[in-house]
Write a protein that binds this ligand. Structure first.
Ligand code: URA
Length: 255
């Protein structure tokens, strides 16, 4: 209860507020601003609670790094084949019937790096066994090199067939490059044949095989001859003439 003095003081304060234009109460119940201010001051004086530990950042999946570790751990070609078979970072694996690792003779002077398995290769689990592969065999036989007689070693950038033979994505290529690099190191050829655009992207870092072909480059520290893909030659027989010139350069280099 207010005593008479307090009552009159409160009434005078109310009159003064009304005179100043305050004509409605904003809250149904009065708010004791002095008590509020004191509580706020107390709260400010209390030590800040330690911030909740930020959740640890989720490790981003990095399939290319995983591939790099797996590839470098492989001590020989069998180990590399097993490491690739165990690699789960590439979606293409799920749709493929077989992994296509290699064909021919490890240690051959010439290693051909193609693009990706097609339908026939996916079925057989060996690279270049379809029509393009038959042409590839005839091309290298002209130099006296064959996969069955130790002259040629063959692999692809991608060991799994892309669905409907679609173009592999840049990510799919990049994540398989560490395996390819290790493959080349373990097979240790004298010369690399960069067969087609995907191979050019993986080994030379650029595309445009019809412009790159026929000029020696260097890939992974080895001489590399970019050539148009035999599948392209089947569609464009006029380009066989240039491919023949490229083969002769490889023959000359082998001596
Ligand atoms: N094309 C390729 O690049 N590789 C194969 O194995 C088959 C077709």
């Amino acid at each position: 209860m207010l005593d008479a003095d307090e009552y009159h003081a409160a009434l005078a304060a109310l009159d003064w507020q009304v005179e100043m234009g305050a004509d409605e109460a904003l809250e149904e119940h009065p708010v004791d601003r002095f008590a509020l201010a004191a509580a706020e001051a107390q709260a400010r004086a209390r030590p800040e609670p330690a911030p909740a530990a930020a959740p640890a950042p989720r490790a981003e999946a990095d399939p290319a790094a995983d591939a790099g570790h797996a590839a470098h751990a492989a001590q020989d070609l069998d180990g590399l084949r097993a490491a690739m078979a165990a690699f789960e970072g590439c979606e293409l694996k799920r749709g493929a019937r077989n992994m296509v690792f290699c064909d021919g003779a490890p240690g051959a002077r010439v290693m051909v790096v193609g693009e990706a398995p097609g339908r026939d290769e996916d079925r057989e689990g060996r690279p270049f066994v379809g029509r393009a592969g038959k042409l590839l065999d005839r091309m290298f036989a002209a130099l006296g090199l064959s996969r069955s007689e130790g002259g040629l070693y063959i692999t692809n950038v991608l060991p799994w067939r892309p669905p409907q033979n679609r173009e592999p994505t840049a990510e799919e290529i990049a994540m398989m490059v560490p395996f390819l690099e290790r493959h080349v190191a373990l097979a240790d050829p004298e010369i690399l044949v960069v067969m087609g655009n995907i191979s050019a992207q993986a080994l030379l870092g650029r595309r445009g095989i019809t412009r790159l072909r026929g000029t020696w480059g260097e890939a992974l520290g080895r001489p590399a001859m970019p050539m148009t893909h035999p599948a392209y030659l089947l569609r464009n027989p006029a380009a066989k003439r240039e491919a023949w010139a490229d083969l002769l350069q490889i023959g000359a280099r082998l001596g």
